[in-house]
Design a binder for this molecule. Structure first.
Ligand code: ADP
Ligand code: MG
Length: 610
């Protein structure tokens, strides 16, 4: 056995196995180099999913002939001037990408620094490189990779279909583009441009949102909430989708750490936690969040592909992310994703004019006066609200919850139209509240909204010691089967904390003495029977407060505002105001919207007035 040092071509091919997994990794490395070189525009061409050609052209700082010779050497980099791995502020630092790509393809780099009179070009084929030659090129760098993996046939065999590789390469570009909105990007096959992202300028947050919108879709842009928080020098910013905007998987969740796209389990877990109770558990939020971490609190040297990082204090980061996301969602309160109203509009449009214009107008989800209202509401100054929500804890007398005939407004002052959810005008099908806002019509699903309010109230109250109860004038006896009675009595303590006081009443029966005050008039019989059934289906090991969504929806079903109950105008307005006050009231616990808003402008378009 003879031990010998491997030839550099072989070493580089081995490294290429880790650094360049597929065409998308080469695209990522080259675009990162352009960004590190301070480019203001990057033009990318990908042919055959990157197999026959990848070309990346930038207008960055360029390289001299001597730079070119070094750039293709292994571990040669301009990015660690003082050898300090704790101070990495560039995307690259390992000096591996160009030699790795050169080892497995036919690579040509042509480059010219802005102040040089001419360009130079260097070629490498399967790891063997020629001397740099003079060339013609404008300032900046053009890297062309042809026949990727021709020198490593085993890897070539593992490439997927052209469309799959193209998708991966496109994603590599869009991820970097999200973090660098000031840079213009184009991507195409040399004939057709498939992605065009102009450079964005202006206010930092808007710049970012507009780039995110261009990539993640206008839906996201319209329904996104800004996030901004800081703790011990770690800053989190970005935009997250309202809970009504959800996807089948987590592929629309993006995390960037110091401008670097990162895949991190930390993110997926924290996002799930932040949206808990707002979204069905098999759906996933859309988020793009950016962490800025002091370079010495972070290790980016974890993996050759640089897509993983380690935080010095992961608990701090996790807490920061969950806290900031939750707060942003709570502040968003009653907002709901515009997709719902878009869907509504498009279906109306279909009905109205099948041959009509296919362009669906954008419905604004941004309430201009939103913060204003929150401010007012938050200070409890609701001068416009005629009274507290009728089904509220404040009401002492249960009989006060009796339904007045629809329309009996009892001379209540009319609320301002410029309140976010407007002034109630009518109840239709005993299920929907139709309200008029300054510039549109709001339709509220009264049952879904009430369910949400009950949930928020109960979870708030639980956090502060328990839910207020309302004694029944005449305690109600509910006959159940023995097993059901046993099941529900076993949970009596927990139910008492949720506001429902029950006691045994002989074999197979319970007596209901008190009910949660916020439910208003309660059908105690129905509630107890349904809860007993629910308990049969529920996870026994879990506390009721961890299955609160379910319990609350059952409770709300037996309270005053369920679907099919007539409400008068004052009650409807009270419900709207309560929604405005309540965090997360824009959707029910399953991520379905509780209301949709149709803008006047869109309604006018429906009728061809615009
Ligand atoms: P790293 O990016 O880790 O330094 P690379 O192999 O990707 O390693 O690149 C090696 C060096 O080549 C870089 O440090 C940089 O100085 C130079 N370089 C690569 N691409 C460009 C580019 N597009 N513009 C200017 N310089 C570049
Ligand atoms: Mg690099």
């Amino acid at each position: 056995m003879t031990i010998r040092l491997l030839a550099s071509t072989v070493v580089n091919r081995i490294a290429a196995g880790e650094v360049i997994e597929r065409p998308a990794s080469a695209v990522k490395e080259l675009v990162e180099n352009s960004l590190d070189a301070g480019a203001s525009r990057v033009d990318i061409i990908i042919r055959d999913g990157g197999r026959s050609l990848i070309s990346v052209t930038d207008d960055g700082s360029g390289m001299t002939a001597e730079d070119l010779r070094l750039a293709v050497e292994r571990h040669a980099t301009s990015k660690l001037p003082d050898d300090d791995l704790t101070r990495i502020s560039t995307l690259g630092f390992r000096g591996e990408a160009l030699p790795s790509i050169g080892a497995v393809s036919r690579l040509t780099i042509t480059s010219r620094p802005p102040n040089a009179d001419s360009a130079w070009s260097i070629a490498i084929e399967g790891g063997r490189h020629a001397e740099p030659k003079p060339a013609a090129h404008s300032p900046g760098t053009c890297v062309e990779v042809r026949d990727l993996f021709f020198a490593t046939p085993a890897r070539l065999k593992f490439l997927k279909a052209v469309s799959t590789e193209t998708t991966h390469a496109t994603e590599a570009v869009t991820r970097l583009a999200m973090a660098h909105p000031h840079v213009a990007f184009t991507l195409g096959d040399g004939v057709k441009t498939s992605l065009k992202l102009p450079a964005v300028t202006g206010e930092p947050l808007e710049v970012r949102l507009s780039r995110l919108g261009a990539i993640l879709g206008r839906d996201f842009q319209a329904s996104a909430v800004a996030v901004d928080a800081e703790r011990e020098g770690v800053r989190l910013s970005g935009h997250i989708g309202l809970p009504t905007l959800h996807r089948r998987n987590a592929s629309m969740q993006f995390l960037f750490v110091n401008g670097r796209p990162v895949r991190d389990r930390l993110l997926y877990g924290t996002v799930r936690a932040a949206y808990h109770g707002l979204m069905a558990s098999d759906r996933h939020a859309m988020v793009a969040v950016f962490l800025d971490v002091p370079t010495d609190a972070l290790d980016v040297n974890v993996h050759p592909m640089k897509t993983e990082v380690r935080f010095r204090d992961p608990a701090l980061v996790r807490g920061l992310v969950i806290g900031a996301l939750k707060r942003a969602l709570a502040d968003a309160g009653y907002r709901t994703a515009t997709t719902a109203s878009n869907t509504a509009l498009s279906s109306m449009r279909l009905g109205a004019s099948p041959g009509g214009s296919p362009s669906i107008a954008h419905v604004g989800g941004n309430f201009p006066a939103f913060n204003d209202h929150l401010g007012r509401v938050g200070r409890g100054g609701m001068a416009e609200a005629p009274r507290r929500f009728d089904f509220d804890l404040s009401s002492e007398d249960p009989s006060a919850h009796a339904m007045a005939p629809s329309g009996a407004a009892e001379g209540a002052p009319e609320p301002d139209l410029d309140l976010p959810l407007g002034a109630a005008r009518a109840q239709v099908h005993r299920t929907y509240i139709v309200a008029q806002s300054t510039d549109g019509i709001v339709i509220v699903d009264q049952h879904a909204a009430h369910e949400r309010l009950v949930y928020e109230r109960i979870s708030q109250a639980l956090a502060h010691g328990g839910v207020s109860r309302q004694g029944l004038l005449i305690p109600e006896v509910v006959e159940l089967d023995a097993a059901a009675a046993e099941r529900i009595l076993a949970r009596a303590d927990e139910l008492a904390a949720l506001g429902l006081l029950i006691e045994p009443f002989g074999e197979g029966a319970v007596v209901v003495r008190e009910v949660p005050a916020l439910l208003g008039t309660v059908d105690a019989q129905g509630l107890v029977r349904d809860l007993a059934d629910d308990l049969g289906d529920m996870e026994e090991a879990l506390a009721l407060k961890d299955q609160l969504n379910h319990v609350c929806s059952t409770m709300a079903c037996h309270g005053s505002v369920r679907a099919g109950r007539a409400l008068n105008v004052a009650e409807m307005n009270a419900l709207l105001r309560e929604m405005e006050r309540t965090p997360h009231s824009g959707q029910c616990g399953h991520g379905r919207p509780t209301y949709v808003e149709l803008k006047l402008a869109d309604i006018e378009r429906l009728f061809g007035r615009r």
